[in-house]
Design a protein around this ligand. Structure first.
Ligand code: 3ON
Ligand code: FE
Length: 484
């Protein structure tokens, strides 16, 4: 058999598993310093703060967590001012974090399979949730909030990152009530978020918050069946949810054999239900369309056309299962289905859905210019695999021009591994891609991380600046930039 040069089997791996694993070591120390090891120059007009969240600990005093999504939230804060940058990181001081640090061992089961030592007998019928506040961090209405989708936010001091307690928005949220980690900010100045309360049927709650960080609207919608929905999209008139085709068998979880998320199985042959909820009117107008979409964690964006809604999303053909006795650090990337960019056309006249693969390159953590949220847009940026045809860790930054089909790539391979990029628009910019792409790279060469700044208009001209930190930051999840 003759192999084409593009065939994955003739390409060398762009990474080693050992290098990649280094990014999953805990960071126990909390730092506070001006970054002085800089390549290139920080643009002096770049002013504001990048907040990042993610698991800071992958073990509790040497007892390894079963999955990185179970790790305690640690906030990193990089402030850019007059061409300089300051770094600070601090753990969210949740009661669970404090108790486990004090005890020096795992005291809580994690949603993704972390168990207390002692086997199933030590875990059976323990349904306590540890709010780990590890998924996103946003600055909204003068409040810095650490988010985790299964419980309430934590309020932090934006300067010191000190944990101040839980945020209940003047009592609109109740104790233990969920508030997702994927809010969307409508450029009209409204923050829209949701919460999922899964069960035999699921309640989707939609919140709208004004610029002062007050909840101005909270509405419940019931949908049949179990839902695992991590993200959603908004347009001017709708909130859109993709109900992944999964089923949930809670018995092994109840019996202490595995975590709740390990009991979720994808139903590959079942359709995804697309739930379209009007933002301004009442529940009766909810529309549900069906399509084949695999499994979706993240969406890019959505917008309305006449009688049509376009949604761009990252789809996995199947959900990589977390096995009870497996080690996530030994993942065989090539065996997992790659996350890929798809476009969905939801036709509101005939209720038909068309799907189209935008690009086959494995990619996750999409970002766009914030002014285009929910609106017709042209550019997206994401973290991606170095090679376009092989599923692999995220080592590159990808830019897609959805209008011309042009793509660009900036890669940190072979020893660099990237996290979620954030698009920061240049003040008073006229063009959609006029701004900076800022992200964290884990560099296996020295086991440290770097903050890299790229030019949004041209990734391929190389980094504008690379800020070398004094330590690594474990691979994170989401973050946000605030010009304040
Ligand atoms: O019965 C429910 C089931 C369930 C799964 C109960 C529940 C509400 C407690 C629940 C909880 C869900 C939670 C807590 C989900 C948290 C998700 C999370 C922390 C992260 C998700 C990240 C997603 C992606 C796609 C990350 C990708 C990362 C890379 C490609 C980098 O390696
Ligand atoms: Fe997410």
């Amino acid at each position: 058999q003759i192999l084409e040069p593009q065939d994955s089997r003739v390409l060398e791996k762009s990474y080693t598993l050992k290098d990649w694993q280094g990014g999953y070591e805990s960071l126990t120390q909390e730092y506070d310093y001006w970054i002085d090891d800089i390549e290139g120059e920080i643009p002096p007009e770049l002013a504001g703060t990048l907040f990042r969240n993610g698991a800071g600990l992958l073990d509790i005093n040497g007892e390894r967590l079963h999955h990185p999504f179970d790790g305690d939230g640690m906030i990193s804060r990089i402030t850019f001012i007059n061409g300089r940058a300051h770094f600070r990181n601090r753990f969210v001081q949740t009661p669970g974090y404090l108790a486990e640090q004090k005890a020096g061992k795992i005291l809580y089961r994690g949603v993704f399979g972390t168990q207390k030592s002692g086997g199933w007998l030590a875990n059976i019928f323990d349904f306590k949730l540890k709010n780990i506040a590890n998924t996103n961090v946003i600055y909204w209405g003068k409040k810095l909030l650490a988010l985790w989708e299964a419980a309430e936010p934590y309020l932090l001091n934006p300067q010191t990152l000190e944990t101040l307690g839980n945020e209940y928005f003047n009592g609109v949220l109740s104790k233990g009530e969920a508030f997702s980690a994927h809010p969307r900010i409508d450029p009209n100045g409204t923050l829209v978020n949701f919460a999922i309360k899964p069960g035999l049927s699921t309640t989707i709650t939609i919140f709208e918050l004004n610029k002062n960080g007050e909840i101005t609207s909270k509405k419940n919608h019931n949908v049949p069946g179990f839902c695992f929905i991590h993200d959603f999209v908004i347009t001017e008139n709708y909130c859109i949810f993709f109900q992944n085709p999964v089923n949930f068998n809670p018995i092994p979880f109840a019996l202490g054999i595995c975590g709740a998320a390990e009991c979720i199985k994808i139903q590959k042959n079942q359709p995804t239900k697309i739930i379209i909820i009007p933002r301004k009117t009442q529940t009766e107008n909810v529309k549900v369309l069906e399509t084949k979409a695999g499994f979706i964690f993240h969406h890019v964006n959505a917008f309305e056309l006449e009688n049509e809604i376009i949604v761009d999303s990252i789809c996995y053909e199947s959900l990589t299962e977390v096995e009870p006795n497996s080690d996530y650090r030994k993942t065989d990337f090539e065996k997992n289905s790659p996350p890929q960019l798809w476009r969905f056309n939801l036709n509101l006249s005939n209720n038909k859905v068309q799907n189209q693969l935008i690009d086959p390159r494995p990619t996750e953590f999409p970002t766009i210019h914030p002014n285009y949220m929910g609106k017709s847009y042209r550019y997206l940026y994401s973290a991606a695999a170095h090679q376009s045809t092989v599923n692999a860790p995220l080592q590159a930054i990808f830019k897609v021009d959805l209008e011309s089909g042009t793509k660009q790539l900036w890669s940190a391979a072979p020893r660099g591994f990237v996290g979620e990029p954030i698009f920061v628009p240049r003040a008073n910019s006229q063009q959609e891609d006029d701004g900076w792409i800022i992200f964290v790279v884990y560099n296996a060469e020295n086991h440290r991380s770097e903050i890299v700044i790229l030019d949004g208009q041209n990734l391929e001209k190389g980094r504008i600046a690379k800020l070398h930190l004094k330590h690594h930051i474990p691979y994170g999840l989401h973050g946000s930039f605030t010009p304040e």
